[in-house]
Design a protein around this ligand. Structure first.
Ligand code: F6P
Length: 320
C-alpha cells in the first residue's frame, strides 16, 4: 500500500475542496491511502495530518475555501524548514505528495523535491491565474464570476448617478483577473501591471466617451498596479467627473466554486493521482488548449505566463 500526502498551500481558491475530493476518490479505489496535511506546509512541519476517506470528502464539492486549511508558511521558506518537511514526509511514511496551490507553493514544492526522493505533483489553484504551464487555474473562473456579478450591481448605481466607478480587483502581481473581468463587464478601461499606466490616455478616453453621450463608465484596475487612489484623484481633477472607488477585496477568494472550477478540480485531482501511479515526478498538471498536459515544476517556477494583450485591445475596441 502506498500513502499519498495532500496539502493545500498559500492563498485558498474556490475549487480546492473539489480537487481534494477528486484526489481521494481516485486514489483510494486504486489502493492508495491518503493523508490530508493541515494548514499548508505549516502542518507538514508540525505533523498535523489526518487520514482521509471516501466519506470525509462527501458534501465538499460545492464548498469554497479548503477543508484542510492553509497558510503562508515562513518557516518553510528556509533551508532548515524544507529539510524538516522532508524528514516529516519520511516519518509519516508518505510516498508521494500532491500540492494544491499557486506559484509560491510550487516554488516550495520544487525546493522540497531537491531534498527528498518521493514524487511531488502540483495542482494549480489560485484566483490570480498567474501560473505558467496551464491556461487556467482552479478558482479563477469563480473569482471572475464573483467580481463580474459585483460589477453588474455597481453598474446600476453608476448608471443612475452618471458616475465613473474605479473597481479594484485582486491580482497581486498580474492582471489576468482584471483583464477577464474588465472585458466581460464591458469596462471602459482595464489597467493592469503588464502595461505602462498612462493616466492621460485614460482621461482622454473617458472624455471621448462622455462626449459620445455615455453617462457613466467602469474602469477595472488590478490591485498589483498600486496607487489606485491616485487613478481616482487624477480622473476627478482632470475630467471633473464624479468618481467612486470600490475595492472588491476578499469576496473574490470565497464562495461556492463555479461548474468550470469544479470540473477543472476534478480533472486535475484525478490526473495527479494517475501521475503518482505512473511514478511521474516533480510535475504540475495543467490545461493547455483544453487538453490536460503536465509540465515540470522547474519549468512552472522559472517561466512567466504571458497576459494576452490582444484581449485588452479587444475590450477597448468594444467599449466605444
Ligand atoms: O489569491 C491570491 C491573492 O488573492 C492576491 O491577488 C492577493 O493580493 C493576495 O492573494 C492576498 O492574500 P493574503 O492576504 O492571503 O496574503
Amino acid at each position: 500500500m502506498k500513502r499519498i500526502g495532500i496539502v493545500t498551500s498559500g492563498a485558498d481558491a474556490p475549487g480546492m475542496n473539489a480537487a481534494i475530493r477528486a484526489v481521494v476518490r481516485t486514489a483510494i479505489p486504486l489502493g492508495f491511502e491518503v493523508l490530508g496535511i493541515k494548514r499548508g506546509y505549516a502542518g507538514l512541519l508540525n505533523n498535523e495530518m489526518q487520514r482521509l476517506n471516501l466519506r470525509l470528502v462527501g458534501s465538499v464539492i460545492h464548498l469554497g475555501g479548503t477543508i484542510l486549511g492553509t497558510e503562508r508558511c515562513k518557516e518553510f521558506m528556509t533551508d532548515e524548514g524544507v529539510r524538516k518537511a522532508a524528514e516529516n514526509l519520511e516519518v509519516n511514511a508518505i510516498d508521494a505528495l500532491i500540492v494544491i496551490g499557486g506559484d509560491g507553493s510550487f516554488r516550495g514544492a520544487l525546493d522540497l523535491s531537491g531534498v527528498c526522493d518521493i514524487p511531488i505533483i502540483g495542482i494549480p489553484a489560485t484566483i490570480d491565474n498567474d501560473v505558467a504551464g496551464t491556461d487556467t487555474t482552479i478558482g479563477f473562473d469563480t473569482a471572475v464570476n464573483t467580481a463580474l456579478s459585483a460589477i453588474d450591481k455597481i453598474r446600476d448605481t453608476a448608471m443612475s448617478h452618471g458616475r465613473v466607478f474605479v473597481v479594484e480587483v485582486m491580482g497581486k502581481k498580474r492582471g489576468f483577473l482584471a483583464l477577464e473581468v474588465g472585458l466581460t463587464a464591458g469596462a471602459e478601461k482595464i489597467i493592469v501591471p503588464e502595461e505602462k499606466r498612462d493616466l492621460g490616455m485614460v482621461c482622454d478616453r473617458l472624455k471621448e466617451s462622455h462626449n459620445k453621450g455615455k453617462r457613466y463608465s467602469i474602469i477595472v484596475i488590478a490591485e498589483g498596479v498600486g496607487k489606485t487612489q491616485e487613478v481616482v484623484d487624477v480622473i476627478r481633477t482632470t475630467c471633473g467627473y464624479e468618481v467612486r472607488l470600490t475595492s472588491l477585496g476578499y469576496i473574490q477568494r470565497g464562495g461556492s466554486p463555479t461548474a468550470r472550477s469544479r470540473l477543472l478540480a476534478s480533472l486535475f485531482g484525478s490526473e495527479a493521482v494517475k501521475m503518482v501511479l505512473n511514478d511521474e515526478r516533480n510535475k504540475m498538471v495543467g490545461l493547455k488548449k483544453d487538453r490536460i498536459e503536465s509540465r515540470s515544476l522547474k519549468y512552472v517556477c522559472e517561466s512567466e505566463k504571458p497576459l494576452d494583450l490582444n484581449l485588452l485591445r479587444l475590450a477597448e475596441e468594444l467599449a466605444i
